[in-house]
Design a protein around this ligand. Structure first.
Ligand SMILES: C[S@@+](CC[C@H](N)C(=O)[O-])C[C@H]1O[C@@H](n2cnc3c(N)ncnc32)[C@H](O)[C@@H]1O
Length: 185
């Protein structure tokens, strides 16, 4: 999708998308630096947009790994489905349905979750459900990596995972924070 089209979709659906620009390559790099790609066999992405992070994940993924990527907005689905990669499963569905898609590929856990969901704008009950499921389906030691544009909601992850680290990425519009929590026993 062209940059201006993403901008248009962002404006039209601001409550769902939460931004009008896709993530920079610096954000993608920071987010993915928390994943051990040599070991990860199943990765989940939440809020794929038109697939900017998705493509970076696929570049680094093992040949035998699977990526399940969630996106609810119809307009972004053709871009995701046009990515020619057998390891990618595009879930045109809401993120809390991750258990169903894991079951479809015969997995009961995911090794990592990468999320750009605009949690600040989602209803509390939906956010809590998605974070509870993320914690339930992550393997022990697995990272939950979340993009934010402020630190005001850091507590969400502290509450869900009991821990959260903050990384700042200035080279993004707007400057971004990458929050990382680890699934612990
Ligand atoms: C900030 S955009 C991120 C797009 C892209 N990953 C990036 O980093 O540029 C957030 C995306 O989350 C999607 N989204 C919002 N709520 C969702 C939900 N409940 N389940 C799946 N995707 C959702 C929006 O439609 C939007 O495309």
């Amino acid at each position: 999708m062209k940059r201006w089209k993403f901008f248009k979709e962002g404006i039209k659906n601001l409550k769902q998308v939460g931004t009008v620009t896709r993530s920079s390559k610096f954000v993608c790099k920071e987010m993915l630096s928390h994943i051990d790609f040599s070991k990860a066999k199943v990765i989940i992405e939440l809020g794929a947009g038109d697939g900017v992070i998705t493509k970076h994940i696929l570049k680094q993924m093992r040949p035998d790994a699977k990526l399940i990527t969630f996106e609810i907005l119809d307009k972004f689905i053709p871009d995701l489905e046009s990515i020619q990669d057998e390891r990618l499963i595009v879930a045109h569905d809401s993120a809390e349905r991750m258990g169903y898609y894991l079951e479809q590929i015969g997995a009961d856990k995911t090794d990592a979750i990468v999320s750009a969901l605009p949690f600040v704008l989602l209803p509390d009950a939906l956010r809590e459900d998605i974070l509870q499921k993320s914690s339930e389906y992550l393997v022990e030691g697995g990272p939950f990596v979340q993009l934010h544009y402020s630190l005001s909601k850091k507590k969400y992850y502290k509450e869900a995972f009991g821990n959260v680290d903050v990384n700042f990425v200035p080279l993004n519009i707007p400057p971004a924070f990458v929050l990382v929590s680890e699934k612990r026993a």
